[in-house]
Ligand binder design. Structure first.
Ligand code: S3P
Length: 186
């Protein structure tokens, strides 16, 4: 495998930013979280970028930042949930790296996000707590738009019932085999 970056995609709260650093450490690689790089470049949180400059501006920063990281080697890069839903971004990713889709079910996503309000893509009007039905409708609508991009990944792994350690173990074995030809036999 001559592509020296492994990108992690998946819906919000699928585990990209949790699994990514541990996987990088296991491989002796480095880790970047694309959202954190964008926040550093903008000097604002993702949420404030959306609030002050709008999603289009955030997406421009996202593509710019992605371009800057695409020449790195031996990096795990956690993407944002919407990064791959852009053909330019997808071409950068597929040409420079190996794309892994961390799949999480809408139900599991709801469980992980129901008390969080830091995802502008999943905000609700007013201060009223959204019902589970409202939350699930939003999750499903966004997932339906994105699934065709997520499914262009080179590898898919479901993170619903898998502990972080087991997912990292599975992915590190696959990556070692892809990159170093290491057998899975101990
Ligand atoms: C987004 C997901 C977020 C972040 C931004 C937009 C999305 O990343 O990039 O809020 O559109 O799904 P996470 O997937 O890490 O939450």
């Amino acid at each position: 495998m001559n592509k020296k970056i492994v990108y992690l995609t998946g819906f919000m709260a699928s585990g990209k930013s949790t699994i990514g650093p541990i996987l990088a450490n296991t491989l002796g690689w480095n880790f970047f979280d694309l959202d954190r790089l964008i926040e550093e470049a903008a000097g604002l949180s993702v949420r404030m970028i959306f609030e002050e400059n709008g999603e289009d501006y955030f997406r421009e920063l996202e593509t710019e930042t992605l371009k800057k990281t695409s020449g790195l080697e031996n990096y795990i890069i956690a993407l944002g949930g919407g990064t791959v839903a852009n053909q330019t971004n997808l071409e950068i990713i597929k040409s420079s790296g190996f794309l892994i889709y961390l799949e999480s079910s809408p139900e599991e996503t709801y469980k992980r996000l129901r008390f969080k309000r830091d995802r502008p893509a999943l905000l609700f009007d007013g201060d009223e707590e959204p019902s589970k039905t409202e939350f699930m409708e939003k999750i499903n609508a966004l997932l339906q738009k994105r699934i065709k991009y997520y499914n262009q990944a080179d590898l898919k792994i479901n993170t619903d019932n898998c502990q972080v350690g087991r997912t990292v173990d599975k992915l590190s074995h696959i990556i070692k085999k892809e990159y170093y030809g290491e057998s899975n036999k101990r």
